[in-house]
Design a protein around this ligand. Structure first.
Ligand code: AMP
Ligand code: MN
Ligand code: MN
Ligand code: MN
Length: 290
C-alpha cells in the first residue's frame, strides 16, 4: 500500500492494553483493530513499551501495518500532559530507562491515593485496585476507578473521575512525571515522532497552551492529535487549525481502553481533515508492514 494522499487512511495510533490501563491483551486489540477496519495501528501503553513486541507480532499475524507506540506522562506548568511517541526503536536503552524512571513513583502514589480514599470512608482501595492491574509497574487511577465501580461506590468509571481521583477530590494525589524535554528527547533519539496527545483535555489558559506547543516544538516535537476519542468536533477544528498554524503533523487515535468503558472504539473516528499532514507521512519508513 502506498501512503500517498492517505489522509483518509483508517489509522488508529492511540490505545491501551492491560500492559497499562486497558483491559484487553495486545493480541485481542490487534484482532479488534483489524475487525474494525483499521489500516495502520499503534499500541500506546502509558509509560511502557513492554507490550510492543507482542503488539507488532499480533499486527503482522492480522495483516495489519504497525507503528511502535507509547504515551508518556509529563508534568508541564503544574499539569499532567501526555506525549505520544510513534515509530521509535522499542529496545532503545535510553527510552526504556526513561520510561522505567517515569513509572517509578506509581506504587507509592497509589498507596497515598488509597490512604486518602480511606479517610473518605473507602477502605481497601490499594488491594482492590491491584486486582485489576496487569502490570505491577503500572498501577494507575483507572485501576482505582474499576475498583470503585466494582464495589458499588460509583456506577461507571467517568463518574469515579468526577467524584474522586481528580484535583480537589478524595483520592487525588499530585505527582511529578517526566519533563517535557526529556519525554520528547527519549522518543526522538529512539527514531520516533513525538505527538501532543489530546490537547483539548488540558486545563490551560491560551498562554499556557501556546507555551506548551512552543516548548514542545523547541524540543523536537512534530505532531499533535487532532482527531481523538477525547476531542469534541469543535476541538477537531481548533487543533486542525493549530496544526496548520504551527506546522505540526496531525495524528488520529481512539484512546480505546476497554469495550465496557470506552466511548470510541478502535478505528471508529472521522478521518483527518485533508489539508493536514498525517503523522504517518513523517514516520513512513518506520511502519512495520505485514
Ligand atoms: P494516571 O496515569 O494514573 O494518572 O491515570 C490516567 C488515566 O486515567 C488516563 O490515561 C485515563 O485512562 C484515565 N482517566 C483520566 N481522566 C478520566 C476521566 N475523566 N474519565 C475516565 N478516565 C479517565
Ligand atoms: Mn489511560
Ligand atoms: Mn492520555
Ligand atoms: Mn491514552
Amino acid at each position: 500500500m502506498s501512503l500517498q494522499a492517505q489522509s483518509i487512511l483508517n489509522a488508529d495510533l492511540h490505545c491501551h492494553s492491560f500492559v497499562s490501563d486497558g483491559t484487553l491483551s495486545p493480541e485481542a486489540l490487534a484482532a479488534r483493530a483489524k475487525a474494525n477496519g483499521v489500516e495502520l495501528w499503534a499500541l500506546t501503553d502509558h509509560d511502557e513499551v513492554s507490550g510492543q513486541h507482542r503488539a507488532a507480532a499480533a499486527a503482522k499475524a492480522e495483516g495489519l501495518p504497525y507503528l511502535t507506540g507509547t504515551e508518556i506522562s509529563v508534568t508541564f506548568a503544574g499539569e499532567t500532559v501526555h506525549i505520544v511517541g510513534l515509530g521509535f526503536e522499542a529496545d532503545d536503552a535510553a527510552l526504556n530507562q526513561g520510561l522505567q524512571q517515569t513509572r517509578g513513583g506509581r506504587e507509592l502514589r497509589a498507596r497515598q491515593m488509597a490512604d486518602s480514599l480511606a479517610l473518605a470512608g473507602i477502605k481497601g482501595a490499594f488491594e482492590g485496585a491491584a486486582k485489576f492491574v496487569g502490570n505491577p509497574d503500572l498501577i494507575s487511577r483507572t485501576h482505582f476507578a474499576r475498583f470503585l465501580v466494582e464495589s458499588g461506590v460509583c456506577s461507571e468509571t467517568h463518574e469515579v473521575f468526577r467524584k474522586y481521583l481528580t484535583e480537589g477530590k478524595p483520592g487525588y494525589v499530585p505527582h511529578r512525571w517526566a519533563s517535557l524535554g526529556d519525554a520528547v528527547g527519549w522518543i526522538v533519539k529512539a527514531g520516533g515522532i513525538a505527538v501532543i496527545a489530546h490537547p483539548g483535555r488540558y486545563k490551560f489558559t491560551a498562554n499556557e497552551e501556546y507555551a506548551l506547543f512552543t516548548e514542545f516544538k523547541a524540543h523536537g516535537g512534530k505532531g499533535v492529535e487532532v482527531v481523538t476519542g477525547s476531542h469534541t468536533v469543535q476541538e477537531y477544528v481548533k487543533y486542525a487549525e493549530t496544526a496548520l498554524e504551527l506546522g505540526l503533523a496531525a495524528s488520529r487515535g481512539s484512546d480505546f481502553h476497554s469495550p465496557l468503558e470506552s466511548r470510541t472504539d478502535l478505528g471508529k473516528l472521522p478521518v483527518l481533515p485533508g489539508a493536514l499532514t498525517p503523522v504517518w507521512h513523517e514516520v513512513a519508513a518506520r511502519i512495520q508492514w505485514p
